[in-house]
Design a protein around this ligand. Sequence first.
Ligand SMILES: NC(=O)NCCC(=O)O
Ligand SMILES: [Zn+2]
Ligand SMILES: [Zn+2]
Length: 482
Amino acid sequence: MAIAIKGGTIVTADLSYQADVLVDGGRIVEIGSDLSGDETIDASGAYVMPGGIDPHTHLEMPFMGTFSSDDFDTGTAAALAGGTTMVVDFCLPAPNQSLVEALQEWHQKAGKARADYSFHMAITWWGRQVFDEMPEVVRRGINTFKHFMAYKGALMVNDDEMFASFQRCAELGAMPLVHAENGDVVASLQQKLLAEGNRGPEAHGYSRPTQVEGEATNRAIMIADQAGVPLYVVHVSCEESHEAIRRARQAGMRVFGEPLIQHLTLDEGEYLNADWDYAARRVMSPPFRNRKHQDSLWAGLASGSLQVVATDHCAFTTEQKRFGLGDFTKIPNGTGGLEDRLAVLWTKGVNTGRLTKNEFVAVTSTNIAKILNVYPRKGAILPGADADIVVFDPAATKTIRAASQKSAIDYNVFEGFEAKGLPKIVLSGGKVAYRDGDVRAETGSGRFVERPANAPVNKALSTWKELVAPRPVERSGIPAGV
Ligand SMILES: NC(=O)NCCC(=O)O
Ligand SMILES: [Zn+2]
Ligand SMILES: [Zn+2]
């Protein structure tokens, strides 16, 4: 059934203009004036934008002795209600588990998704089997490999493992991702704080200062440069990390940085709340920072040194957070945000003049579609692109409330936030997936999106690295290699 979206202003990463959009068979088939279909959506007064892509979610994630409470069903319902039509989750092999086997498990879980999805493969251990299986993972449509530099004794990998994996990524035309915090220093600070009697959620923040993030970010960047591979740094929360990325980019390195909507808008004062539950619900890694760091992240988005706004949606209930009563290191790390990312970013970004509308589309959709090598199938309003479209009403308002959210948890870190600018209608694969408060996409209607290797940035960097690779100097009278 063809749907004509009429009377709106199309807003893409580089243009705003008035036109109708005709979708059919799951794709955008025409952009123009006076288009008609079997059904009409009136978009007058609204912006017609590419659906949001959240490249950082943890749905039903096994972590810290439990599972995150939003699964692919409730998580993607929340995503669609918030204007996000594709999520990229993390496949986490258990120690010594085959990557391919773990991938099958994640596909099983994601069978419930209501929106399109993909996976990053996490390198949670290193060995011959991992090395050998990485090409098969790439063949199965995954071109990104995640490395945790923190969570010592659990997900963390060491520098030698990371370097080996980064080199393998370079060979395969894949891109490594890093959670950049110095896990050894964090583990040591945690023990020191506990020994000194700091046991509450505020100590989570004390144990993960900005220095540990800045150091790890810089280390990962330099290791990626030596491996000759582009790098994507997830949840960049502070100036130290941003500064390392900025500096590397200015030196010609291919590094991307992803701040989260939480770090842009919520600050470390939250951990000082007298209510233990309130503070613990906001425990995530890296922790919230202060205003200076928030300003740095906003400036990075405006100037282009940071490219993507994600959520790291990893939702635990209050009951789960209470595993850490008396010991902050046992509070499951993670917060929600999938349903709120676009509305909060628009309110705090576009309405304040920190971002243009086009920059908003770039950082919520188009830039990551390019980085993940799915552009222009995703992240674009163009003929041939998937019809994942948000009809966004800049005048609509709501107060964010856990009581009315789609997420399965019992609170919302943005509770009480007054949003102005909301997704009104969301199309996913050419069908109305969300309209005025109702998620209409059915459980299981989402599709796995394959992401081919050798994105343009990989090709450019490998070409350059080959050109400047060390070569023996030929000397007359001396045999080659001597
Ligand atoms: N961010 C967080 O606290 N939890 C999810 C896992 C991760 O991304 O580190
Ligand atoms: Zn992380
Ligand atoms: Zn994460």
